[in-house]
Design a protein around this ligand. Structure first.
Ligand SMILES: [Cu+2]
Length: 226
């Protein structure tokens, strides 16, 4: 009977230790997995692909994407409706058009400042693709210059080198690090709570009379007849 209690107590210890160990393993694995997406300061440029689709209404989907300076970016623009659209990326870092600007304002700007990317789509189904080198660190707005589309909200941002994107907070390549950090903090908190709960349970088992645990310790010895 004492052996059984010991096994139970050892069992709880083993279970709690295994829980904590597995949580640490999961967190570590997540961190290792996330590291290739972390900011690659000084790392050699890579080739990357981005697909932007015409969203519902006059929108781009996604409305933002991250790149790193020097990366070779293959950008595909996919049509999904019957209205012609285009996608022009401003070549000038951190330049943004005034909210609600008319098409004439956009076209006048691009006449003076050629866009980094200029893709046009007819009615669906159609796609357009181009390849360009990601520019130096900064925020690069992309817009549709079709009449009224920008004013209706058809624009987005390319963030180069991990920059803050308006309305979306930081969504550069380092974002997974913050997500993993939060996950680890959550797991550690969960492990502490579990250890506390298990500790209490073990404590109450220890204090409780054996007969209340469902097995009477020592009684079998005492009632053994001659
Ligand atoms: Cu459009």
């Amino acid at each position: 009977m004492i052996g059984r209690t010991l096994v139970r107590r050892l069992g709880w210890r083993t279970v709690s230790a295994a829980l904590v160990a597995s949580m640490v393993l999961v967190a570590t694995a997540g961190l290792v997995e996330a590291s290739p997406s972390a900011p690659r300061a000084g790392a050699p440029p890579v080739s990357t692909s981005v697909t932007i689709t015409v969203g519902s209404g006059f929108t781009f989907d996604p409305t933002s994407f991250p790149v790193n300076p020097g990366d070779t970016v293959t950008l595909t623009f996919v049509q999904s409706d019957g209205t012609p659209h285009n996608l022009l990326i401003v070549a000038e870092a951190n330049y943004t058009f005034p909210s609600g600007a008319g098409t004439s304002v956009l076209l006048a700007y691009f006449t003076q400042h050629p866009p980094l990317v200029n893709l046009s789509l007819g009615a669906a189904p159609t796609t357009a693709t181009t390849t360009f080198i990601a520019p130096h660190k900064g925020l690069y707005q992309f817009v549709c210059t079709q009449s009224g589309h920008f004013a209706a909200g058809m624009m987005g941002y390319m963030g180069s080198g991990g920059v803050t994107i308006p309305g979306q907070g930081y969504s550069g390549p380092g974002a997974p690090v913050f997500i993993i950090g939060g996950t680890i903090a959550g797991l550690v908190l969960l492990a502490i709570v579990l250890a506390f709960v298990i500790g209490r349970r073990r404590g109450s088992m220890h204090e409780m009379p054996p007969e209340r645990l469902g097995y009477a310790e020592g009684i079998s010895e005492a009632t053994k007849g001659p």
